[in-house]
Design a protein around this ligand. Structure first.
Ligand code: UD1
Ligand code: CA
Length: 455
């Protein structure tokens, strides 16, 4: 029995007031639909089919790499009609699970319970008891408490509107039975739609057991209809990430002031201060400390590294025991080996810095290979760009560069070289020598400043 997962995503999402399809709006940096696809994949299905709507080409493009099947529902004739679009590639012996592209917090463990019941021959529906059931379909039960149907808000009687047990929309069923029920759906209801929910009454009258399952976490069934709900779900998702990190041994100064916009892994005893944003793939070793206001995107940080306040680091590797910041900017393709020190107002781009080198103050290092044990003085600039092309700078081991030096690339500095402060280096520097380019200092004795009252 193969599991066939059908994700409904054909809705227009009008209330988002957006040129972007609703299911592409990000939650924790990832499109809503991608969350649902990832969760679906955890259930190891034979196939995941996304039912997308008119104008949804963009959705297909963005998520092209997800390895799902796409089925167009040209006209939105209802949730039952939408599921039916995906049925031709489903076999009767399969089990079908229906998910929603705009309900992203659903968890695999909850869905697994639905699937298990459907595999045993039942129709399984995920329900919840809400204080405010407004807008949801209501679960109808007979006097023995058995589920016998779902009535939509718009079709419900005054008495039915008082029911607090609601339909989340998620359901699982044996495919052959579901196919038969879908074929019998009609649209004689308040919205003129083919309601997926009508299969519950059909199952009950066919003598198929209808089972309700409740979500392990009340947030799981929340959907996104507008940007207010999107923001609410974002907070819930962020809280989950913060708790996952804390359970794994990370100290967070304030779980409400960490933003995870991607996939973060962290070793034990890391500590993260407030207002930190972690984007893309961020991997922290053990005992990494991140100061307030840091932004890291696609970064790997080694054990015991310390990032002080307000560092911005992107597509780079920070080695073990490095000390970075405050106010350092590390741009893509930079690799800091172990024990590198990068201080305030230093920008590094596309460079490798070997073990123990120090760039402590107000520098720009770009397109550079730097050896180990180098000391770069304050205000040193690598002039890597001639207005047309970028050029390489190579600095050997144990080099000392005096403050306010410009290294005009392409240029090489030999091992052990010392460069005097204030130099403009345009030619290669030999190893183990002192090199400087500096005009001689002179004093004009007896010189007086010009003044206005002199005639
Ligand atoms: C549906 C359920 C309702 C449940 C509620 C939970 C039905 C008839 N009703 O109502 O019992 O309480 O969800 O949120 O199923 N969609 C399509 N194609 C369509 C219609 C809908 O893909 O033709 C998709 C939408 O994009 C959306 C989902 O199905 O993701 C639900 O559709 P929506 O119109 O929001 O259903 P509700 O009225 O909320
Ligand atoms: Ca809805």
């Amino acid at each position: 029995m193969t599991l066939q997962i059908i994700i409904l995503a054909a809705g227009q999402g009008t209330r988002m007031c957006s040129a972007t399809p609703k299911v592409l709006h990000p939650l924790g940096g990832t499109p809503l639909l991608q969350h649902v696809i990832r969760t679906a994949r955890q259930l190891d299905p034979g196939r995941i089919t996304v039912v997308y709507g008119h104008g949804g080409e963009q959705v297909k493009e963005v998520l092209a790499g997800e390895g799902v099947e796409w089925v167009l529902q040209d006209e939105q004739l209802g949730t039952g009609h939408a599921v039916d679009q995906a049925m031709p590639s489903v076999r009767d012996e399969d089990t079908v699970l229906v998910l929603y592209g705009d309900v992203p917090l659903i968890q695999a463990k909850t869905l697994a319970v639905l699937v298990e019941k459907a595999r045993a021959g039942s129709l399984a529906v995920l329900t919840a008891k809400l204080n405010d059931p407004q807008g949801y379909g209501r679960m109808l039960r007979d006097d023995k408490g058995r589920l016998i149907g779902i009535v939509e808000q718009k079709d419900a009687s005054a008495a039915q509107l008082l029911i607090h047990e609601i339909n989340s929309g998620f359901l699982a069923a044996p495919a052959g039975l579901l196919r038969g029920w879908l074929q019998r759906l009609d649209n004689r209801n308040a919205q003129g739609e083919h309601y997926l929910t009508d299969v519950i009454a059909m199952a009950a009258s066919d003598g198929v057991e209808v089972e309700s399952v409740s979500a392990s976490d009340a947030h799981e069934i929340l959907g996104v209809n507008d940007r207010i709900q999107l923001a609410q779900l974002e907070r819930i998702w962020q809280r989950r990430q913060a708790e996952r990190l804390m359970r794994g041994g990370v100290t967070l100064a304030d779980p409400a002031r960490l933003e995870v916009r991607g996939e973060v892994s962290a070793g034990r005893d890391c500590s993260i201060d407030i207002n930190v944003v972690l984007e893309g793939k961020v991997s922290l070793g053990e005992r990494v400390s991140i100061g307030p206001g840091c932004v890291l995107k696609n970064v790997t940080v080694g054990d015991d590294a310390e990032l002080y306040a307000h560092c911005v680091i992107e597509d780079s590797v920070v080695g073990k025991h490095c000390l970075v910041g405050p106010f350092a900017r590390i741009r893509p393709e930079t690799q800091l080996a172990e024990q590198v020190r990068v201080g305030n107002f230093v920008e590094i781009k596309k460079s490798t810095i070997a073990k123990g080198s120090k760039i402590n103050h107000l520098s720009y290092i770009g397109d550079t290979h730097m050896g180990s044990g180098v000391n770069i003085g304050a205000g040193t600039i690598v002039c890597n760009y001639d207005g047309a092309c970028k050029h390489l700078t190579e600095i050997g081991d144990n080099v000392f560069v005096g403050s306010d030096t410009q290294l005009v690339a392409p240029v090489r500095v030999g091992d052990g070289a010392t460069i005097g402060a204030g130099s403009t280096i345009t030619r290669d520097v030999p190893e183990n020598e002192l090199t400087l380019s500096r005009s001689k200092q002179q004093t004009i004795t007896g010189w007086t400043r010009p003044s206005k009252d002199k005639t």
